[in-house]
Design a protein around this ligand. Structure first.
Ligand code: SF4
Ligand code: SF4
Length: 303
């Protein structure tokens, strides 16, 4: 299936070094409970409903040719099983309350968009970041052609990955990737399954493969009270023990935030991360010190 893109972000400064263009692909094999980009989880296009813009006129209900839109106390609901993504409701909503997320591009189109900001990459030591969703769980012919195109033009390529993809995909992309921004969430596999829907076995195997083969690995850890942060730093110490045996160039510690929470409503989804909390600044400093005491030299709080 040809990949869909949810966003092409120019001038990004949180997705690797320097100023970057980030391509966010749609579709991810994990379903992290705290995901702040829920529109990136499914591989198909989706209808987004901006409730705050909706006047409740119900024109979309009348116009939907598939009877997918339902009246719900002054707002409108969606029967996802009936929606055929025909986009008719978008044309009839004068308040632009409805939109479809997920666009198709060719490799050539993306390369052209990426090349436009080449000057910024060169001046800042930046480049392009292929992200998601999960870039490594997309059509790899497409992803490799895009990465190769950037690589051949001398543009730095970062792969932002959760690690949950076939090992062959990492083998294929390695020759074009300058760096991997590699997520680590939990070492306890039961908890990993509970909070992301999948085992971490494949993720840890792929990480070891990249390390053994000399890839530049920048580990990125979302730190969440109620998931992997506690008083005893139990999970953090487990992560440190695993990472100590690998060739890790940098670590980013990312405090939890829930700024993507509102997107769940737009997608007619429930946000299940209400009980999670951001670690205190002192706790973040404590965790950073633990990494540094264990000889990790390039440890940063934030992206
Ligand atoms: S047409 Fe737009 S404004 Fe009217 S009910 Fe539908 S979403 Fe709301
Ligand atoms: S995209 Fe088409 S099928 Fe889906 S809700 Fe809108 S009008 Fe109905």
């Amino acid at each position: 299936m040809k990949p869909l893109v949810i966003n092409f972000q120019k001038c990004s400064i949180h997705d690797g070094p320097g100023i970057r263009s980030t391509v966010f692909f749609k579709g991810c094999p994990l379903e992290c409970v705290w995901c702040h980009n829920p529109e990136s989880q499914r591989y198909t296009k989706e209808v987004l409903y901006n409730r705050e813009r909706c006047s409740g006129c119900e024109r979309c209900i009348q116009i939907c040719p598939h009877d997918a839109i339902i009246s719900e106390n002054g707002t409108v609901g969606l029967d996802k099983n009936k929606c055929e993504l025909c986009e008719t409701c978008l044309d009839y909503c004068i308040n632009n309350a409805r939109e479809i997320v997920g666009d198709e591009y060719t490799v050539k189109e993306l390369l052209k968009m990426i090349e436009k900001d080449r000057m910024f990459y060169e001046e800042s030591g930046g480049g392009v970041t292929l992200s998601g969703g999960e870039v490594m769980a997309q059509d790899m012919d497409f992803v490799c052609a895009l990465a190769e195109g950037c690589h051949n033009k001398g543009i730095d390529v970062a792969i932002d990955t959760c690690g949950y993809a076939p090992k062959e995909n990492y083998e294929r992309i390695m020759k074009y990737a300058d760096r991997f921004l590699y997520d680590m969430k939990l070492i306890d596999d039961e908890k990993h399954i509970k909070f992301t829907g999948k085992s971490n076995k494949k993720i840890l195997e792929n990480l070891k493969f990249l390390s053994d083969n000399g890839a530049y690995i920048n580990i990125r850890i979302p730190l969440i009270v109620g998931v992997n942060v506690d008083d005893d730093n139990e999970e953090v110490m487990k992560m440190i023990e695993v990472l100590k045996g690998l060739n890790i160039k940098a670590v980013n510690l990312l405090p939890y935030h829930d700024i993507g929470k509102h997107k769940y409503t737009k997608l007619y989804m429930n946000y299940e991360g209400e009980a999670f909390e951001k670690p205190s600044d002192d706790k973040m400093d404590e965790i950073k010190s633990l990494f540094e005491k264990n000889n990790f030299s390039n440890v940063k709080i934030g992206g």
